[in-house]
Design a protein around this ligand. Structure first.
Ligand SMILES: [Zn+2]
Length: 346
């Protein structure tokens, strides 16, 4: 089957703003699963259906998984306002999606899930999928950030969420596996042990086998003192059903207030898309800073926002910069001014 035949489109109406738009779907006949990994990530040959799992409204950027797109819950006025506040220029989500565009669609779905107050298990599942796409992109930091986020949500869901009780063994195992991936070996072993000693594990022999296998792997890794860089692919014979299904958010009754968007800086013009080429260490720093709000208050921030805040600060502190002829001189000026808040030489 050619790639072209692998897709078809579907007309959808946005439940937030009423805009009608077409979404790209993948034909199930064109999907070839090659292997399933220990965290239930499926590797596909050719078209990756995960890329098309999130529908994004091109007008208001409301984004949700295909199976829950129409079932929006929450205060519509608040949702509309929060989406509008967060709006920025987005890529075109129609037609073929690249991994980058797919990752963005999951980020938007996570934002919608936060605005609508969806359950932690839904946010965990979305975060885990974002981690998989980042892994595909070879973006280790983003992968780790979303893996840690998924872990956090699944642990919270395990403690609080009644809807996960039906697949406790699977969730217990998955929490163990995510701990292993981020190098928390003692926690991983504790959760694997919890999974295999759960009486209902006998009804899930595949999970039991996986838990024992990954437990052993964790022991070896702990002994070697190495941190897992990427998931060890499982053999093709270990094909599993994708058990970490996303819960239907329609069951959720709790609606949290939308996050407060504090606007401290007013800009005169609209946002303009501007592509920049940076060095790896610069991007690493932006990534590092962007994870701080999550560590402190479970709030998301992207690298672009960090860069924008930095530029805003520069605009405020030194609106007019003069007296330089190259990058090094300019950098030196910035350093001087950051240090003493004055022009160098003053
Ligand atoms: Zn919309």
């Amino acid at each position: 089957m050619t790639t072209e035949n692998a897709f078809f489109s579907l007309q959808k109406t946005c439940p937030v703003c009423g805009r009608s738009f077409s979404v790209t779907r993948t034909r199930s006949s064109s999907i070839r699963a090659k292997e399933r990994q220990a965290d239930f990530r499926v590797i596909f040959e050719g078209v990756n259906p995960l890329y098309y799992q999130v529908y994004v409204c091109p007008a208001c950027n409301y984004a949700a998984l295909d199976n829950s797109f129409d079932n929006l819950t929450g205060n519509m006025v608040t949702i509309r306002r929060s989406l509008l506040d967060a709006q920025q220029q987005e890529p075109d989500f129609q037609g073929c999606r690249t991994a980058e565009v797919a990752l963005r669609s999951f980020q938007l779905a996570l934002r919608t899930a936060q605005i609508c107050g969806y359950s932690q298990s839904v946010q965990g599942a979305l975060s885990l999928r974002a981690a998989w796409i980042a892994r595909e992109l070879g973006d280790h930091d983003t992968d780790r950030m979303y893996t840690e986020q998924a872990l956090h949500y699944y642990e919270q869901a395990f403690e609080n969420d009644r809807s996960t009780k039906s697949n406790t063994v699977t969730i217990t195992y998955l929490i163990g596996e995510l701990h292993r991936q981020v190098g928390h070996y003692n926690d991983a072993i504790r959760w694997f042990s919890r999974a295999v000693t759960n009486p209902s594990v006998k009804q899930e022999p595949e999970i039991e086998r996986l838990a024992r296998q990954q437990w052993e792997l964790t022991r070896q890794q702990a002994k070697a003192g190495t941190e897992d860089e990427a998931l060890a692919p499982l053999s093709a014979s270990s094909i599993l059903p994708v058990v970490a299904q996303v819960q239907d958010p329609t069951n959720e009754k709790t609606v949290h207030p939308a996050p407060n968007v504090v606007k401290t800086k007013k800009h005169s013009g609209p946002k303009i898309r501007f592509t920049v080429t940076l060095y790896e260490d610069e991007v690493d720093w932006l990534k590092k800073v962007s994870t701080v709000p999550y560590k402190e208050a479970k709030e998301f921030m992207d690298k672009e926002t960090v860069l924008r805040a930095l530029l805003d600060a520069a605009l405020e502190v030194f609106p007019d910069v003069q007296g330089f002829t190259n990058e090094d001189e300019l950098r030196e000026q910035f350093i001087q001014r950051m240090k003493d808040g004055k022009k160098p030489g003053n």
